[in-house]
Design a protein around this ligand. Structure first.
Ligand code: AKG
Length: 344
């Protein structure tokens, strides 16, 4: 079975021992975690590198010496590995080159920014405590995939819009103000938001891909991730998909193209593939590159997000009419094909 798999994946194996091994069935795609495979491989010698391509059922291991690779091959081939709830049988083969290690780098959507550690652990506690989930009213809903609470204005999921002339009695919690003033100071926004949606996702929950209705909100949308990290997927109409890891206490700033044209959503699942090193990209000089190499599985916890928006009072005249509900009919902007955002 491993031979067929390797043939289909275009991986050519070496007939003589080398220090590089491909481990069939030992991949992230089989539910094997980086930690478990790494521990298994280290029993046989010094591991120089471990590469686990996303969603693939195999991994590549390079030992410092050919001797160590031989030991691993002899002792691990055909053996079972337990990783979490998954039990797999590993098949090892020698491979010649290390070109499999090349990483695929994908750019962030235009005008998307992620600021890590934007709030301190103390602020995070204060913000989470500011949301009182015990009182139930029209501004709080248990949706199929998460629970939500609105401040300032209610976001209506039936028409994907807000009643602009019906502000809610509760404005934004005062605990948000220092954070929002910092956003102003740092130039992430040039106005104070007047609407807040708090989403709480348990492990396994998510939000369908959507574009925040153009006519409802101004350009910049901010989202704070609290309590746990997650992966948000951005999708361009041309089919590009960019997964962005949102670490706990980070601020996501969606502007321009990333706010108006790309959908954003969180796939409901219990585990995410995240870079094995704690940062988004291995290349710190290029913080807006998403690394697709060296990923590992990360269990999702309960994540609470604070999404801050500013109600729009004039029609939207953005540069993305194909996704703009203001520019469909009679509007001050040049008319073009309307394309309504999907319901979320
Ligand atoms: C929304 O409420 O429309 C969101 O997209 C929430 C995003 C998030 O959870 O960060």
């Amino acid at each position: 079975a491993s031979h067929t798999l390797l043939k289909h994946e275009g991986i050519s194996t070496a007939s003589q021992p080398t220090k590089n091994l491909v481990v069939a069935n030992g991949g992230l795609g089989n539910g094997v975690s980086r930690e478990d495979l790494s521990a298994a491989m280290k029993q046989f010698g010094n591991v120089e590198s471990l590469f686990m391509p996303p969603q693939k059922p195999y991994a590549f291991v390079t030992y410092r010496s050919e001797d160590d690779a031989r030991k691993a091959h002899t002792q691990l081939n055909g053996q079972k590995l337990q990783s979490g709830e998954n039990s797999v049988t590993l098949y090892l083969s020698y491979v010649d080159s290390e070109k499999h290690k090349e990483e695929v780098l994908v750019h962030f959507p235009e005008e998307l920014a992620l600021v890590e550690d934007f709030v301190s652990p103390e602020e995070e506690i204060l913000l989470l405590a500011a949301v009182d989930w015990s009182t139930s009213n029209q501004a709080q809903k248990a949706l199929k995939h998460r629970r939500v609470k609105h401040y300032g204005f209610e976001f209506r999921y039936d028409n994907n819009n807000v009643d602009k002339d019906k502000p809610l009695p509760a404005g934004l919690p005062e605990e948000c103000l220092p954070v929002l003033h910092r956003c102003l100071q740092d130039g992430h926004i040039n106005f104070l938001p007047d609407q807040l949606t708090v989403n709480q996702y348990e492990t396994g929950q998510g939000i369908p891909p959507h574009i925040d209705t153009h006519s409802a909100f101004e350009d910049t949308i901010l989202s704070l991730s609290l309590g746990a990290k997650t992966v948000m997927e951005f999708r361009h109409p041309d089919g590009r998909v960019v997964p962005v890891v949102l670490p706990e206490r980070s601020l996501l700033v969606m502007k321009g193209e990333s706010r108006y044209l790309w959908t954003h959503g969180i796939t409901p699942r219990k585990f995410d593939l995240v870079p094995a090193c704690e940062t988004q990209s291995a290349d710190h000089s290029e913080p807006n590159l998403v690394s697709h190499g060296g990923l590992t599985l990360s269990k999702r916890g309960t994540r609470t997000s604070f999404t801050f928006r500013k109600i729009r009072h004039e029609p939207c005249c953005c540069a993305f009419p194909s996704a703009c509900d203001s520019q469909g009919g009679s509007s001050p902007c040049p008319p073009s094909q309307p394309s309504l955002p999907s319901c979320h």
